[in-house]
Structure formats: C-alpha cells, structure tokens
Design a binder for this molecule. Sequence first.
Ligand SMILES: [Zn+2]
Length: 622
Amino acid sequence: MKNLFGKIRASLIEKDGAVSDELVEKINVNIKPPARVTADDVHIRAMYIVSDQVNSYGGCFPADEHRRLTEFLIDSPVLIGHRKDSLPIARNFHAEEVKRDGANWVKVYFYWLKKADNGEDLRKNIDAGIYKECSISFIFNFPECSICGEDIRQCRHRPFEKYETDSGETRTAHFNYRQVAKVLETSLVYRGSVHDTSITDQLFFDGGGGVDAPEETVSPTAPQYRRIWYLDRLDAGKNYLLMPAYESLRLVLSSGDGEMRAFSACGDKIESTRLDKYLSGLTLPGGDWVVECRLVGNCGKERQPVGELLRFLRGEKSSVRRLNLKAADLLSLDGRDMTAETGGARRSALEKLFADHPKRLIHVFETAGDGIGRSFVRATTRLGVEIFECDSSGRYLMTNPRSLPAVVRSVEKSGDGYRYGIAASTGDKDMVVSDSVFSNVVCREGDMVEIETLSASVSDNSVVLARPKIVDNYSRQNRLDDIGLLMDRTPPDHDEPSYLFLHRDDGSALLSLHEKERTFSFSLQNFDMQLLDRGRRFLADAVECDSGDDNEQCLKGAIISRRSHGDSVRLSMSGELESDYLLRPVRKNGARRYVFHKVTAGNSAPAVRHNHKRESQDENNE
Ligand SMILES: [Zn+2]
C-alpha cells in the first residue's frame, strides 16, 4: 500500500525552566551523543505535538496510537522554520503521554547545544515566543473513518460532515491516523509565517508517495498589526518610526532564485495579469528577500479605495488608472527571518536594500514617544499613520477617523442593501460583533472589510460598535489587525504618574497629581512661579476637581518618583516643573491644609538628578 504523508500543526510550545539531570541523562541514553552532555551544555524545551482531538484537517491521533508515536519521535530532527537547506539544530530525545486540558497529548522534549551556531538565537526566539507553533510530519498507512472504520478515501463519509449512526445518534465524521510508520521531522515555525492550507488538500487523498514528502508550499505572510485610535496606547518612554498610512493593499513581495512572487498579507498568491505586468516593468533590488509593500491604486494623484484597486487587479471596471508600489517593511533577508527584529534594524536593512531605489521607500519620521503627537501631525494621511517600535518589533496602525477591520461571517439581503454578520480579531481569537451591520456595499462571506465607527467596546464576549459603517472591502486579500487595544479601557501599563499644573489669571493655581487612575488636586492661592522656583512655600487646599481641564495653559509632565518623608510627600517631577517638590499637610485654624514648595539646597536634602536623556532626544528630533 502506498504510504501516506501527514502533517499536523500544533500551536503550543512550552518552555521548561530547569534542566534536570534526569532529562540530561535521557539525552545521553537515547541519543548517545559523541561526547556525554551535561546540564551546562544544553538547552531543553518541550512541545505538545499531538493530541487526540480532531484537528483542522479532520484527522485525529487516537490515544492508543500515542505510545507508538512517542517511540518514533525519539532521535527525530527538529527543523527550524521549515528550512530544509540548513541542518537541524535540535533533536527530539524524549516523549511522553500526558493529559492536558482534558485531552491526551504527546509531549516531546528536544535539546540543542548551547555552543552550537545560532544556539543562543534559537533560545531567545523560543523564549520570546517568536517560534510559537510547531508541526510534525509523518508517514502513516491507514486513514480510518471514525464512522464505519473503513479507509475514509473509499467510504462515503467525509470529515466534518454529520451522519446518523445505526443507534440513531448524530456523529461528525473524522479520520484516525493509523499505522504510523515514521516521523519525518518536527518543526518550529514562526508564528503565522506559514500558510499551509495547500497541504491540507493533499493530506492523504493523493498521499505523498513514500518518504518523498510533497514539496512544501511556504508562502510568506505579513505580521499582524495592532490597531489603535489614541497615541496614549504607546509608551511615552520608547522611540517610534512613523510612516504615513496609505489606502493600499498590503502586499508581500518575495524575491529569490531570480523570481518575483506577490502574495497578499494572508499569504495567498495574488493572481492578476495586470499586477504581473506592472511588477515585471519595475526595477527592484536583486537577491533573496521578502518585503512587505503597499500597493496603491491611483486615479491621478488620488489614492483609490482598496475595493477599487482589487477590481482593477481582477481586470474589472474600476476607478484606478495606475498602480504604485512602495516598500514598507523588511520581513526576510538572505533567508533570515527579520519579522522579530527591532523596527530600527528592519528599517535600516530595508533602506540599505533599496539604496538604489529610494523612491520605492515611504518616508518615515523617527520620534520619541513623548513627542509623538507633533510627529503624528506631520506624518498622517487622511487614513492615519503606521507606527513601528524602534527598539522592539511591535507594529501599529493608528487610524483617524476611527476604523477597524472585520471579516464578513454572514450575508442577508435586507431592503435595498444587506445585513452583514461580522467578526473582528483580537490577537489570537476572533470576536463576533454583537449587531449586524447594514450596508449597500456588496460583500461576500469571508471578505475582509474596513469599518468606520464611533466607538468599540466589549460586552458579553462580543464587540459592540457604535454606528458602524463599511467603508472599504479588501475581499479576502488581507490579514485582520488585532483590535484588542481599541477596547482596552484600562490605562496602558505605562500610564506613568503625571501632573497637570494650571496657573490661572486670577493668581490662583491648580496642581493635579495623577496616579493609578486616581487624581488628587490642590488649589494654591497667590501663586508665583518665580517665587516657587526660589523656594517659597505656598499654602494649598485639597479640592475636588476633574483633571480633564485640558486647557492649553496647563503645564504637564511626569512624576518620576514619589516618596514619603514622614507625613509629607516628595515628588520628583519632569517637564515644566523640573525639580523635586514637597507636599506636606499642616493644620491651620483647625483645618487640614497643605504646604507645597520646591526642594532647594537650603530647605531639604539636595534634589535628585533627573534623567535628562528624554529631553535631549526630543530636541534632536525637533
Ligand atoms: Zn466511513
């Protein structure tokens, strides 16, 4: 009988902290490396590779097959990112059957040498969650139908279809992987970098023919962006690259072996003669690279909606007259995955790659987080701004007006338009939007649409949108942005303590200290900034006041530290009030009041030095 090729994705990889001597001994016994290894020589991690739950291919590894699998797994190679051209760096050395979340799993342990080439990189990438998924490829002989026990290729049952059994109950068909003959490899894969539905189709219906497994089709996908509507979702202490956001199709261009291929953000090959013709007329850098681009459809100087652009690409009637391609981000260079590199490193490598083609690049503005508002105004288009973290790998799209992407789940004709059931993505999971959206825009199930809305929130595990309106349709050629941050009403983690200081015309002043969602406000009479600076003490009274006094006259800044000194509080502030100040309760005529003053050499301990770094960076960027 012809061998069948199976391949299963698992999304779990777990890091196990301590390297026990017992595990190390298993390496020595099971693998017998040329020289015995000790706990100091190796890194060990584990992955849950197979469970007895039905997977997305309709296949299942029944628990009674797990034992055989644990034996086959030992000494099988662990490939990294499916790179068959490089030697496996890690090896499976021990596997066991475990229970997890109510299912039976096979957990496999693998190791690699700390001093191997890229040994440390691998550890960092695993522990940072870059490799978040793993897969196993294997040979098996019999796909057993769960309904009738026959070879599911020959019986009438099909995976995921429901059938009534003789006993009258309804069961969903799947198949069991039986007669596993060999484990070919396990792989660690970049999260979301491989789009492997094409493998599903040939999973067993045409087999793979022995150990010559079918050629893998690995197509690059664009990383997921996080959507934001407010700049305060970003960390004021970090640096960012701001790039004007174009109404455009996110396109992944892959160059290598003298060939140029275009994929959508979700990894689908884009079939378009118009696009092929356009791309073949471009001069682009040679070599082996994957670049995320923005494909813009213009009519004159006006950028047209993505829906129009897609019609143009399909050769249909459209308002688009010409295409324009811009390089936005570097995903891979010379076979090296760049998606987890810092935004700064990706940008400089991209600029180097496109040194002879500078017009293909979109200009970026580098800015410190606390000066991002000003840069935003310079960088924004009518859509918004794309934001890349300089010193880490995060990617954001800030839209103004507020909009978010969603996928059409259901379509219903309604009056002169349609009612669409939609869902949005919050990182790992999709979340249904509570109410359907009415629109005249024609969409099909599975289409991804852009929705303008007044607000987004979460209620009963679904997304609630206020007056949503479909404004564009990406068809299926997109990858949904993570909208988790739009609905997060808690102040961001980096919500540093801050203050507002308002000096009013009548000579009074208001000081508001904001910390952990609480605001304490004090009113100061007969205030004078110069006298404060010289050490004058001012009487202050606690007042009820919402600090939403977002007045232009307000001085703002951060409270760098806040320490108690007896019953007084010492505040180190930066920004307009750039010093240490004391706030101390006093009793005057029976009433509780406060004294506020600057800490000077004369009246208390010397002021602590501030971190001036941020300021100077700010100046450099202005
Ligand atoms: Zn059957």
